[in-house]
Design a protein around this ligand. Structure first.
Ligand SMILES: *[C@@H]1O[C@H](CO)[C@@H](O)[C@H](O)[C@H]1NC(C)=O
Ligand SMILES: *[C@@H]1O[C@H](CO)[C@@H](O)[C@H](O)[C@H]1NC(C)=O
Ligand SMILES: *[C@@H]1O[C@H](CO)[C@@H](O)[C@H](O)[C@H]1NC(C)=O
Ligand SMILES: *[C@@H]1O[C@H](CO)[C@@H](O)[C@H](O)[C@H]1NC(C)=O
Ligand SMILES: *[C@@H]1O[C@H](CO)[C@@H](O)[C@H](O)[C@H]1NC(C)=O
Ligand SMILES: *[C@@H]1O[C@H](CO)[C@@H](O)[C@H](O)[C@H]1NC(C)=O
Ligand SMILES: *[C@@H]1O[C@H](CO)[C@@H](O)[C@H](O)[C@H]1NC(C)=O
Ligand SMILES: *[C@@H]1O[C@H](CO)[C@@H](O)[C@H](O)[C@H]1NC(C)=O
Length: 800
């Protein structure tokens, strides 16, 4: 034994640290006027040494005139990767997070951030993500907190007396907390919470373990996707403060008094999948009133196991709604409390009925819906990472890096999964397609590596050209890509930001394990609204007072992403396809009008979309055509704020058959709500007659085996005014937002008739600002007023 432990000590002393610590650091921020700005910082270089490391970690975060609360509302020019090596760091007051910051620990030996017994802070969190100001408002507008991560850390508050949260995290799109552990006080006099989140428009949380606490977590946000969270020995595992929609998957709640308390007046809906409760007296507390069709707290549960759980569902008044078994095991195949449309409704649904849950095995692995976290390649040595800037790319936003990136991606794809392309922070300007061959593993310096298409090749609005092409049509193999942003610069009406053609046969291998699908984690598109894009306030001001004004220099993309018919077996997680509605660099968050045609078009099979969001594209956000086996878990969309001035499809007036563009002319002529669109002549809607020529949030044509576990389809504006989305106005921003099947009689195809639409299921559909919540084969099936809850209208189950 003695010899063995000595060997272990020797091995750990010799062990290399995480590659991110060991690689050479070349990242830059080319649009920061300070040319000496450094993206990567190791807290050790700022004096963190284990006695009191608060100042050192805060110095590592703030160095370089970065975007700090109170002074700055946002910027993309000061991104930082703050690296924390193994060790225990004592913290006596909050670590204050800045804008656009990735705080990353060593996953091979997770550092511990430990609050001291004398911890003092006027703020909420040990890690303070967004301080409150004296006026009682958050210093960063929570719905503007984008592009930040926390990974691989242990937060220990057990020594801190009183009230504290390990992380205060009001956050929005393209943010995540991954692979962290929370050790919280269980003393009755303390009120500890692992994560406290009260606002925002998120986001992803994954692979977290919470031990102890009065609350494992308190969650409030518009919508969120959270998976693989384990709560042990908390009083209440999850207190749901407010929401419109939420998707919980793979949640383990063990030895807690209450599992999920979602009884608050402000909770719209939640979905719970593939989860278990063990030794929990009350699994879920709901505020839902089954006799009230517009009641809050719509709940959908599938594949959940209860062991020693006397009460599965309890009303907020203490009444037992669903019994468990205090000494045995109860299994729930599926139940819902909320409004059912099958396909007509609303019918109140309250209780177990597995027949509403089809559970296609094609989307599952080992009895749960497939899931896989962003790979961190922690077993790879630093030498496995090929730096883009060491391999000839400049990343300076000026030099044409097309050839360098193509050479780099070819090199890693030929290395048989032993090399990873590392895109150092920077802007990689490309004038032609960057091709990602099968076999490529690609990692960006987190969220600071941007591939930016510009130039003549991307200029023809009717002839889209890929900026990044993953696989050639017909190509077979596996890729993984994470933490990369794809963008355009200036006018780029023909830019197809990501074309995904790759087919990954089930069972493809990397050297890590058997991994069926390829993966894109934190791969985002960002169109306009950032320094260097030439699509900012100065270039693309809003023009609500000018009817149907279109500035062609602000047409910046044809399509964000196209998953083509040759593709298959792709896992996407935490992806945000965003056409900017405002300029991130601007102190007043001033709105801008930038045009991009289509959001995410999927024509393939076996695609998982876990925590994705598509916003502000002119024709649609998500469109599925002849697609099958599609899992979508908490998707979120927004209609462009300028519409209907000009209306859809402007400025993309030439309809592309190849892209299955919606035919607004036909659809809207057939729409009884809409008298505002005649033969392609845009006229602006009047109050009381919601416009029809508006972008679809989600359109599903000719597709089968599609499951949507949570959708927030939002339309807040008409012509930059929110008046139409106030419930008092009758949710009048647009007539329709979600279509299944052909939308107008003219659009019916033989294939559509042949497809079995009965295999499309939608759970917890939440809409805002639209009259019809679901339009099926041209007919409006569910109206907002029958399902209005808080700000959103919610229906629990829609199926045929
Ligand atoms: C869930 O998270 C834990 C760490 O918290 C990790 O060890 C485990 O592999 C994760 N499971 C999945 C399916 O990702
Ligand atoms: C659930 O949370 C509410 C606060 O939203 C609280 O008043 C109530 O006591 C909690 N219920 C249980 C059973 O813990
Ligand atoms: C139904 O629920 C809504 C939202 O929770 C509430 O405002 C309304 O008062 C309830 N109606 C009745 C009759 O209880
Ligand atoms: C690729 O790697 C796998 C596993 O590491 C190995 O079995 C295989 O022989 C390698 N193939 C080539 C062509 O090097
Ligand atoms: C858009 O709204 C503004 C008020 O914000 C109004 O003055 C203008 O007339 C509207 N535009 C059109 C084309 O109706
Ligand atoms: C922000 O708004 C204020 C007041 O409206 C104005 O004085 C200032 O110039 C604006 N700043 C920017 C950067 O637009
Ligand atoms: C639809 O997809 C199937 C494969 O899933 C293919 O065989 C068929 O040709 C496609 N139909 C159309 C109209 O593209
Ligand atoms: C929105 O409503 C307010 C209050 O009714 C009104 O004063 C304002 O003019 C409206 N704005 C537009 C653009 O219609």
């Amino acid at each position: 034994m003695k010899v063995l432990s000595l060997l272990l000590v020797a091995a750990s002393a010799a062990r290399a640290a995480f590659w991110l610590e060991d690689i050479r650091h070349h990242g830059i921020s080319p649009f920061n006027p300070d040319k000496s700005y450094t993206v990567f910082r190791n807290v050790r270089d700022f004096g963190a040494k284990v006695t009191d490391d608060t100042a050192a970690i805060n110095a590592a975060i703030s160095a370089g005139n970065r975007c700090m609360a109170y002074e700055c509302v946002g910027t993309t020019t000061t991104p930082a990767v703050v690296y924390i090596p193994a060790g225990t760091y004592l913290i006596s007051s909050s670590i204050v997070d800045y804008y656009y910051t990735q705080i990353i620990g060593d996953p091979t030996n997770m550092p511990v951030i430990k609050g001291t017994g004398s911890f003092k802070s006027p703020t909420i969190g040990l890690l303070e993500g967004n301080k409150y100001m004296d006026n009682g408002r958050l210093s960063f507008v929570s719905t503007n907190v984008f592009f930040r991560q926390v990974r691989n850390l242990v937060f220990d508050t057990t020594d801190v007396p009183g009230e504290i949260a390990a992380i205060h995290w009001p956050s929005s799109q393209a943010t995540s907390i991954q692979n962290c552990m929370f050790k919280l006080s269980t003393r009755s006099e303390d009120t500890h919470t692992g994560i406290f989140m009260e606002e925002g428009s998120g986001g992803l949380l994954t692979d977290l373990i919470f031990v102890g606490g009065k609350y494992g977590a308190q969650f409030g946000n518009q919508q969120y996707t959270m998976r693989n969270l384990t709560f042990i020995n908390a009083e209440t595992a999850i207190l749901q403060i407010w929401n419109w929609g939420w998707t919980y998957k793979s949640i383990n709640i063990i030895d807690c008094q209450v599992g999920i308390n979602m009884s608050s007046e402000s909770v719209g809906s939640a979905i719970l999948l593939d989860s278990q409760f063990i030794n929990v007296p009350v699994a879920v507390v709901t505020g839902h009133d089954p006799s009230n069709s517009t009641s809050r707290g719509s709940l959908v549960v599938e594949n959940v196991m209860y062991t020693h759980v006397p009460i599965v569902l309890q009303a907020s008044n203490g009444q037992t709604l669903l019994l468990g078994d205090p000494v045995g095991v109860v299994y729930d195949g599926g139940y819902a409390t909320g409004n059912l449309y099958a396909p007509h409704g609303p019918t109140p649904m309250q209780g177990r009925d597995e027949s509403y849950f089809r559970k296609p095995s094609t989307l599952k692995l080992d009895y749960v819906y497939y899931e896989r976290s962003k790979p961190q390649y922690e077993s790879f040595p630093a030498s496995a990472f090929l730096s883009a800037r060491e391999h000839g790319a400049a990343g300076d936003g000026v030099t044409d890096d097309t050839a360098s990136l193509n050479a780099l991606f070819k090199a890693v794809s030929e290395a048989n999964f032993s090399s990873v392309a590392f895109l150092d922070a920077g802007y990689y300007l490309v004038t032609d397609t960057v091709y990602v061959p099968a076999g490529a593993l690609i990692v960006g310096e987190p969220l600071a590596a941007v591939i930016m298409g510009a130039g003549a090749k991307f200029s023809d609005m009717n002839n889209p050209h890929p900026v990044v092409m993953i696989g050639m049509p017909g190509e077979v193999g596996l890729i993984e890509m994470s933490d990369v942003i794809v963008s355009t610069k200036g006018a780029a009406a023909g830019a197809l930001l990501i074309q995904y053609n790759l087919n990954t046969p089930a069972g493809a291998k990397t050297c890590e394990a058997d991994l069926p699908p390829s993966g894109l984690w934190d791969v985002h598109t960002r169109i306009g609204g950032f320094a260097g894009s030439d699509l900012q306030v100065a270039h693309c001001p809003i023009t609500p007072h000018v009817p149907n004004h279109i500035d062609p220099t602000c047409i910046a993309a044809h399509t964000s992403m196209h998953i083509t018919p040759s593709a298959g077996n792709l896992y996407m997680e935490n992806n945000w396809l965003w056409v900017a509605d405002h300029d991130i660099e601007d102190l007043n968050m001033t709105r801008i009008t930038v045009y991009a045609g289509r959001g995410l078009l999927i024509e393939a099979s076996r695609i998982w979309l876990v925590g994705t969001s598509v916003e502000h594209h002119a024709l649609y956000q998500y469109q599925l055509v002849n697609a099958s086996d599609i899992w979508m878990g908490q998707i979120q969309t927004e209609t462009p704020y300028y519409q209907p001035n000009p209306p859809a499809p402007f400025p993309f007036t030439q309809r592309s058959e190849a892209y299955y563009d919606p035919d607004f002319d036909t659809d809207c002529l057939h729409n009884p709500h809409n008298l505002n669109y005649h033969d392609g002549t845009p006229t602006l809607a009047l109050a009381g007659s919601p416009p029809c020529a508006m972008a679809w949030g989600l359109r599903i044509l000719d597709s089968e085996n599609v499951i949507v576990f949570g959708a927030g389809l939002y339309s807040f504006f008409n012509n930059y005014s929110t008046n139409c989305s106030q419930a008092t106005a009758g949710e009048n921003c647009q007539a329709r937002i979600f279509a299944i099947g052909p939308t107008g009689e003219g659009a019916t195809t033989p294939a559509d008739k042949a497809r079995d639409l009965s295999t499309v299921e939608v759970y917890n559909l939440n809409t805002i600002g639209t009259v019809s919540m679901v339009t099926r084969q041209g007919a409006d099936m569910a109206l907002w007023g029958d399902n209005f809850v808080n700000f959103a209208s919610t229906l629990a189950v829609f199926r045929f």
